[in-house]
Write a protein that binds this ligand. Structure first.
Ligand SMILES: [Mg+2]
Length: 184
């Protein structure tokens, strides 16, 4: 079962504390799922707290690569350019190839790279297949493709009692700054 269990589970990506959950764990590279991890699937928007979080993590020395199963280069390419984050498309998660390409792009290894995504069957299992940690986040939007509904049900069963990581004071401050439009 540990294969399916995320190493940590968060309510959303901006709740990953850059110091506690990344740097203090020796994680300086992160592969990012796109749909419902950094972009809402329904509106295709990057929430402001996610944008601020990405900028702060990069300022702290974390490098990112987008790893998506998407084949839509017309939308994914401009996103990658806008964010200034390299992109691995058609990664066929949970197969290892996308994770290996992402690590190569970042110059990372399976020990200093973490996968962050919202789906257990693709994001989490694929990361564990290459010996990488996996942080799972709750999906940004509940609107899903039909086949994901079954996965969601399986995830709820397998996550069981695993609760989201508590928000640290530093993260709470960032979220309040975003809400008050002091940043972002
Ligand atoms: Mg996703």
């Amino acid at each position: 079962m540990a294969f399916f269990e995320p190493d940590k589970f968060f309510s959303r990506i901006s709740h990953v504390d850059i110091e506690r959950d990344l740097l203090a764990c020796g994680l300086t590279h992160a592969l990012l799922d796109i749909d419902n991890t950094i972009l809402t699937r329904d509106t295709r928007e990057l929430p402001r707290d996610v944008g601020v979080w990405l900028a702060r993590a990069r300022d702290a020395g974390v490098t990112f690569c987008l790893v998506s199963n998407s084949t839509q280069s017309d939308t994914m390419g401009p996103l990658s350019e806008r964010l200034g984050i390299p992109l691995v498309m058609r990664s066929m998660k949970p197969l290892p190839q996308g994770y290996l390409r992402g690590m190569r792009v970042l110059g990372g290894t399976s020990k200093d790279t973490v996968m962050i995504g919202d789906q257990m069957i693709t994001d989490v299992v694929g990361a564990h297949l290459v010996g990488m940690k996996a942080y799972m986040v709750a999906p940004l939007a509940e609107k899903e493709l039909p086949h994901t509904a079954l996965f969601r049900w399986m995830e709820r069963v397998m996550l069981g009692e695993q609760k989201p990581e508590p928000v640290t004071p530093a993260t709470q401050q960032m979220l309040e700054d975003v809400a008050a439009e002091r940043v972002g």
